[in-house]
Design a protein around this ligand. Structure first.
Ligand code: BGP
Length: 462
């Protein structure tokens, strides 16, 4: 293959996943319950085809085979998460030795196969007992998280050099406290703001703990889903709407994580609507000291925004959507299975924004991908011909390449995800992997994209 788009030497090729979405063994190995186990037991009807988290993709038992497959398709890095409720059942107290043993084996196996483990501490999976204490609304839960984080650094920091405090911390805020797609299914703006705030405090305290422990050559970061906000038009009302969306959904985490403080404009909006969180003296300094070394960017879709058509109902719960309407741009390209727009240039816009406004922080694409339903219909000669996925990745990579050529500090590209996994409420509806998983037999098989990415990673470009 002749290479037109060559990536910098040492570029990270790989993929990302999370504990709850692949491990399975949800009731085995001494694992405690998290909010997903519990919610599923209460309301299985909320999950696609009523498939829950108990066995998912069985990585807990098949990790060796899976790591071999990763190696075969050219991975040099892989992001996983540690399940808090597996490592410390109940969220506090004694470490579960079976879990330590499992994560040690996974980490060692990755390293033995020249795949660098990137480890994330929290991917939507609050231990149930801590949720019952209030979850992220509780400052004590913040402290419990910091102890958990320290434990992870201490146990695995001799081998794991890239750490992440949270994956997409705004998603549990949106899902659990505004829009009813995560447990505890609360709809309350003020509580949502408190949850978001405590998450950042937890993040910053974990960063501080990391620096105190001083892991040799270690870097600590956060993974954020950044959705560039594009206004419908250049009319001032549309521009204002897009700015609101940007403040609520991007800068609410990006600014404190990278710059160490919240945007003043966001604080003012929340103050005006009596939505400010409870804080403690000294928090500002904690946030200042919580700036990351590295930023993971998850990018799936842009956000198109217009000025509101109608005034919000003043009696409805406070919502970010009081300040803008979503805009359905005519002719937009859609992934209809997930209902997400595909806009490849968004990846470039994000990177240029990081370069210009966020000190060109070291970053990488930590998730990007395309979930498609019923991929069996694309089987030819026993293999899923997922050309749409290859196109999707290639077109995004071209824009990433352009951003790198223009000086942005992007170090890698991780697909969501390595093998088909359990997508929360969507369970196994949409498939994202290079490798398919038969939900019944757990058998793995390469899709066409697996061979393609192998060549791309080997050539460091395409
Ligand atoms: C991201 C999450 C992942 C993953 C992915 C795909 O927001 O970090 O956990 O699931 O999106 O989305 P979904 O599974 O909802 O289709």
């Amino acid at each position: 293959m002749s290479v037109t788009y060559k990536f910098p030497e040492g570029f990270w090729w790989g993929s990302a996943t999370s504990a709850t979405q692949i491990e399975g063994a949800a009731n085995e190995g001494g694992k405690g319950k998290n909010i997903w186990d519990f919610w599923y037991s209460q309301e299985p009807n909320r999950f696609f085809n009523e498939v829950g988290p108990e066995s998912t993709s069985n990585f807990y038992y098949q990790y060796k085979e899976d790591i071999q497959l990763m190696k075969e398709i050219g991975h040099n890095s892989f992001r996983m998460s540690i399940s808090w409720s597996r490592l410390i059942p109940g969220g506090r107290g004694k470490v579960n030795e079976e879990a330590v043993d499992f994560y040690n084996r996974v980490i060692d196996e990755l390293i033995a196969n020249d795949i660098e483990p990137f480890v994330n501490l929290y991917h939507f999976d609050m231990p149930l007992e801590l949720q019952n204490e209030g979850g992220w609304e509780s400052r004590e839960v913040v402290d419990a998280y910091v102890v958990y984080a320290e434990e992870c650094f201490r146990l695995f920091g001799d081998r794991v050099k890239k750490w992440f405090t949270f994956n997409e911390p705004i998603v549990p805020v949106e899902g659990g406290y505004l829009y009813d797609f995560h447990y505890p299914n609360v709809v309350d703006g003020r509580r949502a703001v408190q949850v978001a705030y405590h998450t950042i405090v937890a993040h910053a305290k974990a960063v501080h703990a990391f620096r105190t422990i001083n892991i040799q050559d270690g870097k600590i970061g956060i993974i954020l889903n950044l959705t560039p906000s594009y206004p419908r038009s250049q009319h001032p009302a549309d521009l204002k709407a897009a700015n609101f969306a940007d403040l609520f959904f991007n800068r609410s985490f990006l600014d404190p994580a990278v710059l160490g403080e919240y945007p003043q404009e966001l604080i003012e909006i929340l103050r005006e609507h009596s939505q400010l969180p409870v804080t403690e003296p000294g928090d500002k300094d904690i946030l200042k000291a919580g700036k990351v070394d590295i930023l993971g960017v998850n990018y799936y879709q842009p956000r198109r925004v217009k000025a509101k058509d109608h005034l919000p109902n003043p009696y409805s719960p406070f919502m970010p959507d009081w300040f803008f309407d979503n805009y359905e741009m005519p002719g937009r390209k859609m992934n209809k299975y997930r209902g997400w727009e595909i806009y490849e240039k968004g990846i470039y816009d994000i990177m240029m924004n990081l370069k210009e406004n966020y000190g060109n922080i070291e970053s990488f694409i930590s998730e990007n991908g395309m979930g498609v339903e019923n991929e069996e219909r694309f089987i030819r000669d026993g293999e899923i011909q997922d050309d749409y996925r290859i196109d999707f990745i290639r077109e995004h990579l071209k824009w990433l390449h352009k951003a790198i050529e223009e000086g942005c500090n992007a170090k890698g590209y991780h697909l969501w995800t390595f093998m088909d996994n359990w997508s929360w409420m969507n369970a196994y509806k949409n498939r994202y992997g290079f490798i398919s998983v038969d939900v019944e037999t757990k058998k793995r098989a390469f899709k066409k994209s697996a061979y393609w990415i192998k060549e791309v990673s080997q050539n460091n470009g395409f």
